[in-house]
Design a protein around this ligand. Sequence first.
Ligand code: C2E
Ligand code: CA
Ligand code: CA
Length: 539
Amino acid sequence: MIAVQSEESAVKQRISKPIVRHWSLLAAVLLPLLLSLIFSYFAARNQLSHHMSSIGESLMNHSEQISDRAAAMLNRLQPFSAQPCNRVLIDIQRISNLNAYFRSIGLFEHHEILCSSAYGSLVRPLNSLVPDWFSLQAGQVSALSIAGTYGVPNRPAILFVQRNQDGSGSYVIIDGQYLLDFMNAVGRHQNDVFSLQVGDGYAIRNSQLAPDNTLLWHNFHLTLHSARYPITLSVDASASEFIRIWLQLLLTFLSLGIILALIFILLANNWLQRRHSFRDEMRRAIARDEFFVVYQPVYSNQTGTASGMEALLRWQRPNGEWVNPDMFIAAAEAEQMIIPLTRHLLSLIIRDSAGWQVPDGFHLALNVAAEHLQDESFLDDIRRFARHMALHTRQLKILLELTERSLIGDPQAVIGKLNELRREGFYVAIDDFGTGHCTLSYLQTFPLDYLKIDKGFVAAIEDIEGETPVLDTIIQLSHKLALQAVAEGVETPIQLHYLQQRNVAYIQGYLYAHPMRSDALMRWLKNPPTFPPDSKTPG
Ligand code: C2E
Ligand code: CA
Ligand code: CA
């Protein structure tokens, strides 16, 4: 028997297992954490800008409402202008006291304040309120934010003035404290900095501190303009405020992330275990002799007899359940088990071949996986197999079936191996032809003997005159490349006839023979059925 697993590939597997496990588990932990970080970052940005525009808009609304009151008050004062102060003072003081927001209201003429709710008839220059009062447009309401007023120099205010054509006019001073209180109320928790400016005036701010600029990302800044008054409002949130929101959201996302991470770890672990256990299962199945080989005869149109057979692996579990070859071959390829499995197949064929008697020139076809062909153990494995086979069945030709996938990778190395093997008497077939991606010119560079047409193309033959352009092209191609064509999956007399008409040299399929176990095959070979079954093939 051939050793099931070489020392070297066993070592490779021992190393790769923990590495795959560590990387999968690391990814299962890091991925949710990374996602939590990214999602919470964008959610925090979103939350902060939403918060800024909502408080910005409410402060702007408030400022506009106060301005509306000031404008209404100026209108109310219009009838008093140009009247002596002592006649109207009581009314002016009463109106002022009854209305919130106003620090003082009053009347002026030319460049002097003649009457004020705060200072009565004390005459003061108008420029103690408005530095460039002379630029005030007659008939229009002008507004300006100022740092302070005559009596309250350290508290900002907003001044509204209306001047008539005759030089008389009225003014209203809104106390900036109302706005500052509002700013402090809405921005207190978030350390937001507001700055409100009316006209080109003084910027009313709730904090003289600029938001911290030390961090990598710039501050969050928003500017709003009123459509009705010359009010400009800017809102600044600090980077530290952003980080506070981000951390808060991160905690929420993180707890979700941790749950996700746990699920990922469970899934990754489960997947690794299943991979692991599938490999173990295959090793156990090899040890328990659950695999066996069936052989499917191939018919030669030239000799009218069986010219060879293809070895196909089968797996039946002890409970009687069959494992599909397509499935376990693909899994063995994915789990780096195909080389040990092929070596097992070879040992099973050697075991089967003890009692074989086959005609001269009979060929045995083996399916070779790409990974095995490209492995350095391949030549030794095949040569050792051939030496064992020669002990019983000297006249047997060995044919290696390679898929197009095997040829891609390191073509020069593959060409070298195939040349060596062909010199030693082996034959090479390209299997499942037409399902891979090899071009004609690429195929020409490989030393091949046979071309196996995949059963998918054969299944497309419906009647003898029907159009099967792809199949026809493949057949022509095999002729051009001077390769003997083998059609697999031939199930109907129509398909057989079609292929024979186009000079396809070999036929394999249920119509001729099903794959069978070694002893059944030997009985079948001694007494082969007439073929084609019905010599009057339709057509
Ligand atoms: P493949 O190399 O194309 O093998 C031909 C497949 O067609 C076999 O399926 C065979 O049983 C099936 N077949 C034969 N005649 C007919 C027919 O008339 N009609 C239909 N519908 N099917 C037919 P199987 O045995 O299930 O194997 C499937 C695939 O698994 C094979 O395709 C081959 O790629 C792979 N495989 C099987 N045994 C081995 C092995 O020992 N080593 C490797 N590397 N691959 C193998
Ligand atoms: Ca095959
Ligand atoms: Ca096939």
